[in-house]
Design a protein around this ligand. Structure first.
Ligand code: ADP
Ligand code: GLC
Length: 478
């Protein structure tokens, strides 16, 4: 049986700051267990909730030389839903209140993590055939495998895959510093390997040394081969295009299921979607102090408040949107500037706009269930999970046609009735506003067509099944 080791910086339900955690928390469980043995390895952050920490067992520990001195490396283990999770333990690196700190320290921390992932394997008695790495935090694993660890028979023949979830973040820092903390020799820091301009680049290392590269949608895979989206690495994606592909993410269809979701006040199915969503809308209006009106069109946003997510466009159209008969519920955290935009809008439109700057699983589910449309006009979007969740809850995504948004939302065609949402191409606030108006018009003037779109949205299958098969095929052929 082939053994696969997934490794990343976050994983639901232990630690999450974004969609990466959802993917690492759900994809491994979707891989066929009759054919593959799967494990997941992440840092043992001390902020992982006690309910999980108390169940972890320390399976090995030792001292290992890293960045100037001997350091403690431990492995804690936990089984959950048939998957084995290993946590790399070192409280100096993985203590604190948040998985990421400042960039400088994160570089050292994740260099340590990459090396530790490989170092613990012999003590664990687990020799993976493939290490599946995710984002820059794990970028040095393929590099170590083919350099420092290459002479050791234990590691020979282990293959690696590098999956890009967000090319914006690459783990870039001064090359001399990176060489010193990682222990990798300076001669690896050349432009064809770990160097971009004058800096070391951990993700680039992974992309150069991994046996395969993937990203999380087909369109994003094409986009990042171009200078507009390639973040300086487009040439590398073009050069390795025969070993590079896009596989769209799925969502956990048990967690996100309006028929059984315990986090929403009223559960509903394809058959009861209209009445079910109205009940959830009224409940959310009451909860958030919005005007209680079951016939108003409610827009939802659940997002990091950053430029990537198209917040600039949203800020520009807000006055026009609120001039229409609409309510808006926002849940997100991120840049202070965008929080302020929504904070003042909430004051300007009391009872019609609710802005919530926290992280709340429960409120997010309630928004997906209550809203009629879900706004996500991203500047770029490797895949996007929010729109997949929105589809499943019959909240029609209004998206920009980029990356995974383009691959997962079918734009409304008023002549054929086809579609699962609304979309536009150019990153322009007028174009975006027109699409919002389109959705309002359809909602108020052609309720039947809108309801049909909602059912079509809910009927889409974005479980992991199809995508897991594609990963399995790659594991098989590597
Ligand atoms: P990204 O990973 O780029 O932030 P995704 O769409 O892939 O975007 O994933 C975002 C995930 O995080 C979704 O599951 C979304 O519901 C969730 N999410 C984002 N912000 C919040 C928040 N403030 N509270 C709860 N869930 C959130
Ligand atoms: C990143 C991307 C998002 C993607 C997620 C999981 O956070 O921004 O588009 O869905 O990773 O792959």
């Amino acid at each position: 049986m082939k053994k696969i080791l997934f490794t990343a910086s976050e994983c639901v339900p232990f630690i999450k700051t974004g969609g990466l955690a959802d993917v690492i928390g759900s994809l491994p469980g979707a891989i066929n267990r009759d054919e593959f043995e799967v494990r997941v390895m992440i840092p043992a952050y001390t902020i992982i909730p006690e309910q999980y920490r108390s169940k972890m067992k320390t399976v090995c520990y030792f001292q290992s030389f890293f960045n100037g001195r001997d350091r403690y490396i431990g492995v804690k283990e936990l089984e959950l839903g048939g998957v084995t999770y290993d946590f790399i333990d070192n409280e100096e690196y993985f203590g604190g209140g948040y998985p990421y700190t400042d960039y400088y320290y994160d570089i050292e921390k994740f260099c340590f993590f990459c090396k530790a992932v490989l170092s613990v394997l012999p003590s664990l008695g687990f020799r993976p055939d493939i290490i599946h790495c995710n984002d820059w935090h794990t970028g040095l694993i393929p590099v170590y495998l083919k350099t420092e660890f290459a002479g050791d028979p234990f590691y020979q023949g282990i293959k690696s895959i590098m999956t890009v979830h967000n090319l914006k973040f690459q783990g870039v820092y001064n090359a001399k510093y990176m060489s010193r903390v990682s222990g990798l020799p300076m001669d690896l820091f050349t432009i064809d390997k770990l160097l971009t301009y004058d800096d070391g680049n951990m993700l680039k290392g992974g992309l150069v040394y991994a046996d395969r590269i993937t990203t999380v949608s087909e369109t994003y895979a094409e986009e990042i081969k171009t200078p507009d989206y390639g973040e300086g690495l487009d040439g590398l994606f073009r050069a390795r295009s025969h070993e590079f592909c896009g596989i769209v993410n799925g969502i956990d269809d048990q967690v996100f299921d309006p028929t059984s979701d315990r986090l929403i006040p009223h559960r509903y199915s394809l058959r009861t979607v209209l009445s079910g969503k109205i009940k959830n809308k009224l409940a959310l209006q009451r909860q958030l102090g919005l005007e209680e009106d079951d016939s108003v069109m409610m827009f939802g946003i659940v997002s990091r408040l950053t430029e990537q997510k198209g917040m600039e466009l949203i800020a520009r159209v807000l006055p026009d949107l609120m001039a229409s008969r609409a309510q808006l519920v926002v849940l997100g955290t991120g840049e202070y500037h965008y929080e302020n935009v929504f904070r003042s809008a909430a004051q300007a439109y009391p009872g019609r706009l609710s802005a919530n700057f926290t992280y709340s699983e429960e409120l997010s589910h309630r928004i997906y269930a209550a809203s009629d449309a879900f706004i996500m006009p991203s500047r770029f979007e490797p895949c996007g999970l929010s729109q997949l969740i929105a589809l499943r809850y019959g909240s029609l995504p209004i998206v920009r046609e980029t990356g995974g948004l383009k691959d997962t939302v079918v734009p409304y065609n008023r002549f054929t009735g086809e579609g699962t949402g609304f979309s536009f191409q150019f990153y322009d606030s007028n174009v975006f506003l027109n699409i919002l108006r389109d959705s309002l018009k359809t909602f108020y003037e052609d309720r039947k067509a809108y309801a049909k779109l909602q059912r079509q949205a809910m009927e889409q299958d974005f479980s992991w099944e199809a995508s897991a098969k594609k990963y399995e095929e790659m594991y098989r052929t590597l």
